[in-house]
Design a protein around this ligand. Sequence first.
Ligand code: G
Ligand code: G
Ligand code: NA
Length: 253
Amino acid sequence: LTLFGDLRRAIRDGGLVVHYQPRVALPGGRVLGVEALVRWQHPDRGLVPPAQFIPLAEQTGLIQPLTEVVLEQALAACRRWRDRGLQLTVSVNLSARSLLDGGLPHRIGELLGRHGLTADCLELEITESAAMKDPVRALEVLHRLRDLGLELSVDDYGTGHASLAYLTRLPVSTLKIDRSFVQTMELDASDRTIVRSTIDLAHSLGLHVVAEGVETRATWDELGMLGCDAAQGYWLARPLPETDLPACVAELQ
Ligand code: G
Ligand code: G
Ligand code: NA
C-alpha cells in the first residue's frame, strides 16, 4: 500500500527517470534509435527496477499517468537530440492496459505536436500477451496508432501465445526476439534454431527483426550471418541517461 502511494507521488513529482538503450543496425553498427526504459529513483529504496513497479501500476490504474510521463520524457529527449543533429527514433513500451486505452492515440498525437515531432520519431512496443488480453479491442487501438503514422513492434517475441494468424493481423513493422533466446543462442542449439526461424519468419512476413539481449561479440557476429536487421544488448550499450546518448552514439558508429 505504501509502495502505491510512493509510486503515485513519483509519477506526479518527477521521481521517474527514463534511460535509453541504443538499437544498432547489423552489420554496420549505425544507431537507428533507442528504447525508452523507465526507472524509479525511490528516496529510501534506491533504484527500483520496472519489474517491481510496472505490474503494480497496471493493477492500480497508475499505468496511464506513468505511460504519459515516459512518453513526455522520451519525446522531449528526442526533440533535444534532434536539435543537436541526432536523428533517433524512440521506442516506448506499452502495457496491456494502454492497449485498451481508446484515448491514447489522440493524446500521443497532441504530444508529438507539442514537441514539434512527426510520427516517425516514435515507435511503440507491445507484447503478444498484452494484445491477447482483448484481441479485438487491441487491434482497434493499434490500427488507430498506426493511422497516426507511428511504427509498432512486437516485443519479447517467442514468449507469448498469440497465434501466427493473429500475429499477421497486427499492424506492426518489427519483431523483437526475446532476450531469453538470444542470450543463450551460442550455447543452446534449440535457442539458435528459434532465433534463426524467427528471423526467417519476420522477413517472410515483410517485417524487420531486432534481437534483444546481445551480450557478446560472438552473438552479434552470428546474428549478422543469420540476416538479423538490428540488435540491442549490453555488449553494444546499456540503457543510458539522455545526456550520455550522444557520446555513446558517436562511439558506436
Ligand atoms: O529496463 P529493465 O530491464 O529493467 O526493464 C524491465 C521490464 O520493464 C522490461 O520488460 C520492459 O519492457 C519494462 N518496461 C521498462 N520501461 C517501461 C515502460 O515505460 N512502460 C512499460 N509498460 N514497461 C516498461
Ligand atoms: O523486453 P524488454 O523491453 O522488456 O527488455 C528490456 C530489459 O532488458 C531492460 O530491463 C534492459 O535493461 C534489459 N536488457 C537490455 N539489454 C540486455 C542484455 O544484453 N542483457 C540482459 N540480461 N538484459 C538486457
Ligand atoms: Na521492450
